[in-house]
Design a protein around this ligand. Structure first.
Ligand code: FES
Length: 115
């Protein structure tokens, strides 16, 4: 005899938005499980999610600009590659942590980086 275990949503994944809320080149910020995340949709239609707090100072990255894959801080202009979080321009020196992101049935789901 086997016990059927009902499927439960993976607690690591959080549904944050509908895909239709984003135009190409748009980004939005969310608070997920007490942590800030920025979701980016590039002009090429690629989706990425990263920590939304600049590693140089306490400012939200989604209030800056997204130029191609370059995510630009609104305060001092540091830039990061939204595909991998790497620093592309000073004054920041530490990368942004990348979140997992998946699209399911026109919904955007994100999961925090593993500690
Ligand atoms: S706070 Fe982002 S570059 Fe200074």
């Amino acid at each position: 005899m086997t016990n059927e275990i009902p499927a439960t949503p993976d607690p690591a994944w959080h549904d944050v938005a509908a895909t239709g809320e984003f135009t190409d080149g748009a980004m939005r910020g969310y608070t997920v499980a007490g942590r800030e995340v920025v979701v980016c949709r590039t002009r090429e239609g690629q989706w990425h999610a990263l920590d939304n707090i600049c590693t140089h100072g306490f400012v939200k990255m989604h209030e800056g600009r997204l130029r191609g894959v370059r995510l630009i801080c609104p305060l001092h202009g540091a830039s990061f590659d939204c595909r991998n979080g790497k620093v592309l321009g000073a004054p920041a020196t530490k990368p942004l942590a990348c979140w997992q992101l998946k699209i399911e049935a026109d919904r955007v789901l994100v999961a925090p980086p593993s500690a």
